[in-house]
Design a binder for this molecule. Structure first.
Ligand SMILES: NC(=O)c1ccc[n+]([C@@H]2O[C@H](COP(=O)([O-])OP(=O)(O)OC[C@H]3O[C@@H](n4cnc5c(N)ncnc54)[C@H](OP(=O)(O)O)[C@@H]3O)[C@@H](O)[C@H]2O)c1
Length: 248
């Protein structure tokens, strides 16, 4: 595969905010990055402008990955612009909060169609566009297998995503593509702050052995390592980063 010093072309789905934005910036040190958003064009413009001022090779793109056709169109557009895609990071999320006993049928499918299904479509189509040593990387949460209030739909969507990491990990190995997930405890993003009360964030920081919640850059560092040549023999894994929170 390419060495880490070679240019790697990355696609970060949900790549203009929070963890996705930090990941786009981090991967831009290794080559061009295509960073997608769904609705927030103003935020995409601000992100594009600040990346430009910093000289980072990041291009923002609007894309809806909630349908198979949307994923195929996105990959075709990136491959047309860059020739291939080496790293795909799937950071998009529908963070709909609800209890499992209350989730509506509509909300259930909407959560799955954003949080889980696109990863399958990305995996199915990645061999057609990937270069040497492809990397398909999901973002997940320890609350895929543990209970937390309000995660009645998002938690199961992340559990299915983690299972796809295993199945795609085996099935994409023949194409030289590894499939892994980075799993994070509480990470300081605007989305997380809009959902979690301040007193709860403080309590998590105090209970964490390393005494703080995570930053998007903590998470982006792990993703960059998974995308690097050093991680070329790792596939099908869920790698956790939580400051030691779940050790006790
Ligand atoms: N923050 C945490 O504590 C934490 C912890 C563990 C794991 N994670 C995971 O890390 C990832 C990023 O989280 P974050 O907090 O940094 O969120 P975020 O990036 O602020 O928001 C998610 C992004 O996904 C995009 N998106 C939503 N639906 C989409 C669709 N159908 N097609 C394309 N893009 C779509 C949104 O675009 P628009 O803004 O344009 O709508 C937004 O840019 C998520 O998978 C999350 O579950 C987060």
């Amino acid at each position: 595969m390419n060495s880490v010093d070679d240019k790697r072309i990355s696609l970060v789905v949900g790549g203009i905010k929070g963890i996705g934005a930090a990941t786009s910036r981090r991967l831009a040190r290794c080559g061009p990055v295509f960073a997608t958003y769904l609705r927030d064009e103003a935020a995409a413009t601000r992100f594009q402008e600040s990346a430009g001022r910093e000289g980072l090779p990041i291009r923002t793109m609007q894309a809806d990955v909630s349908s198979r056709e949307g994923v195929i169109a996105l990959l075709a557009e990136v491959a047309k612009a860059a020739g291939r895609v080496d790293n795909i990071v799937f950071s998009a999320v529908n963070a709909h909060l609800c209890q499992s006993l209350e989730v509506s049928e509509d909300a259930w499918w909407k959560v799955l169609e954003t949080n889980t299904a696109p990863f399958l479509w990305l995996g199915q189509h990645m061999p057609r566009v990937s270069g040497q040593g492809g990397r398909l990387i999901a973002l997940t949460s320890p609350f895929s297998r543990r209970y937390v209030d309000g995660y009645g739909a998002v938690g199961p969507s992340k559990a299915a995503l983690e299972s796809l990491v295993v199945y795609l990990g085996v099935d994409l190995a023949r194409y030289g593509i590894t499939v892994n997930a980075a799993s994070g405890g509480l990470i300081d993003t605007p989305l997380m702050r809009s959902l979690v009360p301040e007193n709860h964030i403080g309590a998590v920081a105090r209970r964490t052995p390393l005494k703080r919640i995570g930053t998007p850059e903590d998470f982006a560092g792990l993703i960059a390592w998974i995308a690097s040549a050093e991680a070329s023999w790792m596939t099908g894994q869920i790698v956790s980063l939580d400051g030691g929170y779940f050790l006790r």
